[in-house]
Design a protein around this ligand. Sequence first.
Ligand SMILES: Cc1cc2nc3c(=O)[nH]c(=O)nc-3n(C[C@H](O)[C@H](O)[C@H](O)COP(=O)(O)OP(=O)(O)OC[C@H]3O[C@@H](n4cnc5c(N)ncnc54)[C@H](O)[C@@H]3O)c2cc1C
Length: 571
Amino acid sequence: MEQASHDVLILGTGLAGLRAAVEICIRSRGQADVALVSKVQVMRSHSVCAEGGTGAVMRPEEGDSFELHAWDTVKGSDFLADQDVVDRFVEKSPDEIRLLEHWGVPWSRREDGRIMQRPFGGHSFPRACMAADKTGFFEMQGLYDNLQRYSNVKCYQECFATSLILNGGRFAGLALYDAPSGEFVVLRGRALLIASGGLGNLYGFTTYSQTVTGDGQAIAFRAGLPLEDLEFLQFHPTGLVPSGILMTEGCRGEGGYLRNNKGERFMERYAPKMMELAPRDIVSRAEMTELLEGRGFPGPDGLDYIHLDLTHLGAERINKRLPLIREVCMKFLGIDPITQPIPIRPVAHYSMGGIEADIDGRTRIENIWAAGEVACHSLHGANRLGCNSTAECLVWGGITGAEIAKYLANGAGFSEVPAALARDEESRLFHDLLQQSGEESPARIRRELRTLMDRHAGIYRNGASMREGLERIAELKRRFRKIGIQDRSRVYNSNLMQALETENMLDLAEALLTSAVAREESRGAHARTDFPKRDDEKFLGHTMAYYTGGKPRLEYKPVTITKWKPVERKY
Ligand SMILES: Cc1cc2nc3c(=O)[nH]c(=O)nc-3n(C[C@H](O)[C@H](O)[C@H](O)COP(=O)(O)OP(=O)(O)OC[C@H]3O[C@@H](n4cnc5c(N)ncnc54)[C@H](O)[C@@H]3O)c2cc1C
């Protein structure tokens, strides 16, 4: 076993993790010793895939305002967002856009030279600042390049975090499988930021990279931190069929249409005012209804689809604003969106829920913070608006970075890593798991789990089907105890890492469905056919799921409402 110590450990090098690292370096004048941990190389974090844009109020003089952005976000959230958190978010996000501008992000420009912003779903003003349709990539590059100025930052790349080690209720160390060396490593830290991203791969049809498996949520959950609002899983309206690759909302922001097999722009029936630019939960349900009622096109493997039609936008606009979309369509399907409609359907995209974190990103453990998609600051409530996530990563990357720098400056020390706990974890990995020779294949269990989630925890849900899903997860968990790992070597053992991911996914799937069954109402992305109405009397609250070793225990906490009482959502 190897050990190393750093002032602060940052688990995850996506937008949230990198933004926090830069902030800590700035605030500590490069003095803080920062360790970045990622199971992939830094620039392979999912954030590089973000396409459409980052939301911020940049033009008050043209009619936008913090108030309007906040209202759109609260209404989009189906009134489950904490309104103090939303206020803080909208006020801070423009500064992040300007910071990235200074750090070299090549924002797309208007004719007058100002940063271009395009319309996005559920926003009543064009707010998505963009670098063509490769926004995340350029934001990541800007942050990563910036970090190179600091010598006190160490990257542990291709290191897989397996658990948190606590001592007396405080964070002491992070247990890692270091894939390039094959070693078990414990990193000690005075503070930890969890910024390990989402959990999209719980689903079979998803926009997310294969690596996005909710590890951070799962290890925090098992360490005793509650997971908040996990039942709210966003389905994005436009996943390419059959791969699931995201066709950014920017396609509709640029003026794209959705059409059924009769050529109708069916959104007229569901959101007559905002049409294709209604919030994602509403557009995804509309598409699903069209498909269920037979107005879609037959697709492979049951993946019937709808058309995303950009043909009226013209070659120049598509080439300039949506070059990646065109390239992906041509390479993956051999179709050219300049002249042909794109086959799409709703696709699992984003987790509104995550590790409970307060408005400063602090969790219930004194020296652990969380930021980015892994966290639930209660900004998105029951449904996130497009382009608010990269903005959230930047804003709470900045906030948690500043909070952690303050905490370090106050002189907080290290906690001892209990030797027995570290030894137990090493033996769990290399003895219990790696040496297992059962007949069950972790890959098969993972595949079955993802299909099950598509079926039992999809856009439309009901109690009976979700309970069946839970029984099947319990069965998969039993089977997981009998897995065999084929590759027994220590170096770059992807079998081992995938087994660890599958174990995490099983715990999260159970927590998600348990939270979903208990919420007997429909709100935002959680649409129940057996409880089709929102029920503010009983369920205007955040679900908190706790790990017990068996069925997760649920509690609720109130929503912070400062200005806007819940009303009916109409678009
Ligand atoms: C295709 C796509 C397009 C999107 N487009 C937009 C958009 O245009 N606008 C918008 O606002 N949002 C968009 N989103 C959502 C947004 O990009 C994500 O929510 C956001 O980038 C997440 O960033 P993050 O920093 O939280 O995590 P990520 O970027 O996912 O990074 C997670 C990090 O954690 C590390 N990690 C995870 N588990 C472990 C482990 N066990 N051990 C070690 N390291 C680990 C990973 O290696 C990685 O470095 C999009 C998402 C997708 C999938």
